[in-house]
Design a protein around this ligand. Structure first.
Ligand code: 2ND
Ligand code: ZN
Length: 359
């Protein structure tokens, strides 16, 4: 049997990332530069390594609500056109350097208007950054516009997702604290998106359980689930090792609803206890449409290769598993079908074939 792939080898694999927050992936040195340039004086430290460590430690709180407080600092330095262009460009570069060939990156435009930018100016700045950072690097970046679930701007953001859909915005999402803010609070936005034949994912089943997943799918019509780990609450593993699926889990699997799983992030917010015990192992073995994601590379001190490497270690995954997760992700992307197929057949399969041949 061949050796399990190393982190360096995993970095060379053509990977697909569906769940990554723009404001959760800044380089610490960039945060410090931007704080200086824009006059943001709230940073806990201006030492690069100190700041890197601060983010990952502060995010290990075991609670989504506390985890989300760390975003005050990243959002705090992303309030000008130049800073948004820079952060988006560096995001595309960092993902390309990690071997990501297709990414969907999300952020909430409404959080970037505190010094006077309009929502349109925010969106156009981020698109410009993705264009600059992707050029010539073998990566394509699609944007998801997020609305914050505790706010009441989802309809406005959904309309912008539709307005900008031919210029790089591929879908919509809601994020933020889950408990107390059910997806149905934003039903009008989801119904509007469905009438417009637009795509959306919903953060659900991370800090709240099955009712949140059920609403996201059966009331709101989500195409994908952000995290969705708590679907495990509807699966019983019996004494003989076989799994019995409840009606909702069966529906999610039967309909091939993609789960955007983010293992390290789940440990930090308390949604899972360890990588080895993470529901992704069971869900993968039961052939749910599982994908592997980063969520917030800065807060989790990770990369997509890093997440795959941890899973390889915990579950003994090899190239075939990694290719399976990657093709799942590409099939689930909010790109037109022919473009997804072209990436699968022209980039992903040949890339993995090369790596397997070398192994
Ligand atoms: O894992 C998450 N769950 C819910 N909300 C999240 C998560 N990661 C980031 N966010 C929030 C904080 C960001 O400011 C916002 C938009 O990217 O989305
Ligand atoms: Zn997220």
């Amino acid at each position: 049997m061949s050796q399990p792939p190393t982190l360096e080898e995993i970095r060379r694999a053509p990977k697909v990332l569906l769940h990554d927050h723009l404001d959760g992936g800044l380089r610490p040195e960039t945060i410090i530069d931007l704080a200086r340039e824009t006059g943001y004086d709230g940073l806990p430290t201006t030492d690069v390594e100190g700041l890197r460590a601060w983010f990952s430690e502060a995010s290990n709180s075991g609670s989504l609500e506390l985890y989300l407080q760390t975003f005050d600092h990243t959002v705090g330095v992303m309030q000008t056109r130049d800073s948004l262009v820079r952060v988006a460009a560096e995001c595309a570069q960092d993902l390309a350097d990690d071997g990501v060939v297709y990414a969907e990156v999300r952020y909430a435009p409404e959080q970037h208007t505190s010094t006077g930018l309009s929502l349109e100016e925010v969106i156009e700045a981020v698109q410009e950054g993705f264009r600059i950072g992707s050029e010539g690097r073998g990566i394509r970046v699609g944007t998801l516009l997020t609305a914050m679930r505790h706010q009441a701007r989802s309809m406005e953001i959904a309309e912008l997702a539709v307005r900008y859909r031919d210029v790089g915005v591929v879908g919509f999402d809601i994020a933020g604290a889950e408990a107390g803010y059910p997806p149905t609070r934003h039903l009008d936005a989801f119904e509007y998106l469905q009438r417009e034949n637009a795509h959306f994912t919903i953060h659900a089943g991370e800090a709240f359980g099955l009712p949140s997943i059920w609403q996201a799918i059966q009331w709101c019509g989500a195409d994908r689930l952000g995290h969705g780990v708590r679907i495990i609450d509807d699966i019983t593993v019996q004494g003989d090792g076989t799994a019995k699926l409840g009606r909702l889990a069966a529906y999610v699997r039967d309909k091939r609803i993609p789960l955007e799983m983010c293992p390290t992030s789940n440990l930090q917010t308390g949604a899972a206890t360890s990588i080895a015990e993470h529901p992704i192992g069971l869900l993968r073995s039961l052939n749910f449409r599982v994908t592997v994601n980063t969520d917030n590379r800065l807060m989790s001190a990770t990369s997509l290769s890093g997440e795959f490497s941890k899973l390889t270690e915990a579950f003994g995954y090899g190239w075939d598993d990694m290719q399976w997760f990657t093709i799942n992700a590409m099939k689930s992307a909010f790109l037109p079908f022919d473009e997804r197929l072209a990436l699968i057949n022209g980039v992903i399969k040949p890339g993995f074939a090369r790596l397997k041949w070398q192994a």
